[in-house]
Design a protein around this ligand. Structure first.
Ligand code: G3P
Ligand code: CA
Length: 367
């Protein structure tokens, strides 16, 4: 059994390495760290720092290589050695939980062709307007944009459009895949579900947070020692999960507050804000420019105090999203691996969300 797994791992590793594009410096201008975050020039990398216990979270699966949030992408990430596999969760019209990043189906499926006339006024097709049976008729692809009627990959070097066959699946099906692999390999890889747009779901009459936690409980994730983190961007939902939903279900899972760059959420990056979050959460999931300022240069790495604030309050820090595609490595780093070093070693993060699990796993193994 183990031998077969190792063979599979090797096979997928070879596939993965053959698909990875070369790193090029970031030319896109990601958002700078907000003024509310204190920054300072930092010393050179300290390669002697122990990285034991640091984790790799497979962001939407092995999404650098296979269409995001598909079961093949999850199996590949598992085989590459991820510590946790991420699930973004959305609810359907008939209250089923599906694993998909957007509340709409347009960026990653052929819903526009299969269900003409079912878009809302904004032109988007919302998962909450479709039954699971309808959604299962869709084909899933790597994320794309439509210009002049033509679909174009959002990441040009990723899995091509229109090739092979991929489908949407439920949260339960994905948990069964991971738990099944844990059984057959003897490993204990975790799950990392995100409650997507909880306020939107509540406005549609759907309590997504409670439904996700109920499924987790059904599959044995009930306490902080279980291999699961539950994440959300909305602080009100984090508090509600902590104060109401978990006690009602009799569970006490690890919660992660995600941080975006929105003006209304800048307080989350302050010392007092982190202290407040720590009353409810076990971890922070910030956009990575909140930790290392995007305007940093190789000679002037500007690391914020966010990780220090978090660690002082007992919170783990898992920033997102680490990508190796062209233009996705910031100019202050010379390569994807150098970017990982700056975050794991210099900034002392506890884990990263990455589309390229194999490369982050290899980085940690070799340091
Ligand atoms: O949940 C961490 C990271 O995935 C947040 O970004 O938009 O990819 O869900 P997003
Ligand atoms: Ca996510």
């Amino acid at each position: 059994m183990q031998t077969r797994f190792v063979r599979t791992l090797t096979f997928l590793g070879v596939i993965a390495m053959s698909l990875v594009a070369c790193d090029t410096p970031d030319t896109s201008s990601p958002p700078a760290a907000p003024a509310a975050v204190q920054s300072a020039a930092q010393p050179a990398p300290q390669p002697s720092v122990s990285l034991a216990g640091r984790v790799v979270v497979a962001h939407r699966g092995a999404s650098g290589y296979l269409p995001e949030h598909t079961l093949p992408a999850k199996a590949m990430a598992y085989a590459m050695g991820a510590d946790y596999v991420e699930q973004d969760v959305v609810m359907t019209k008939d209250d089923q939980l599906i694993v998909i990043h957007d509340t709409t189906l347009d960026r990653t499926t052929d819903v526009a062709e299969k269900f003409p006339g079912r878009a809302r006024a904004d032109g988007q097709h919302y998962a909450v307007d479709f039954t699971l049976e309808e959604i299962l008729t869709l084909n899933v692809t790597e994320g794309f944009s439509v210009e002049n009627g033509q679909k174009t990959l959002n990441y040009a070097d990723r899995f091509p459009l229109g090739k092979s066959i991929f489908k949407v699946h439920t949260l339960a099906q994905e948990i069964e895949l991971i738990q099944g692999l844990n059984h057959s390999t003897g490993k204990d890889i975790g799950i990392y579900p995100e409650i997507k747009s909880p306020a939107f779901h509540l406005s549609e009459g759907k309590d997504l947070g409670a439904a996700v936690l109920a499924v987790l409980k059904q599959y044995g994730y009930t306490g902080k020692t279980d291999k699961a983190f539950v994440q959300t961007f909305e602080f009100d939902e984090l508090k509600r999960l902590h104060d109401e939903v978990m006690p009602a279900l009799g569970v006490d899972l690890k919660l992660v507050q995600l941080l975006d760059g929105g003006d209304e959420n800048l307080w989350m990056q302050t010392e007092d804000g982190v202290r407040q979050i720590a009353q409810y959460a076990d971890g922070l999931g910030p956009e990575k420019s909140m930790i290392i300022d995007s305007e940093s240069t190789p000679d002037n790495l500007r690391i914020s105090q966010l990780v220090n604030y978090a660690h002082a309050n007992g919170l783990q820090v898992h920033p997102y999203t680490f990508r190796a595609d062209s233009d996705q490595v910031p100019a202050y780093a010379t390569s994807f691996e150098h970017m990982l070093e700056l975050f794991y070693v210099n900034a002392q993060v506890d884990g990263v969300f990455t589309d390229f699990t194999d490369r982050a796993v290899e980085f940690l193994r070799s340091h």
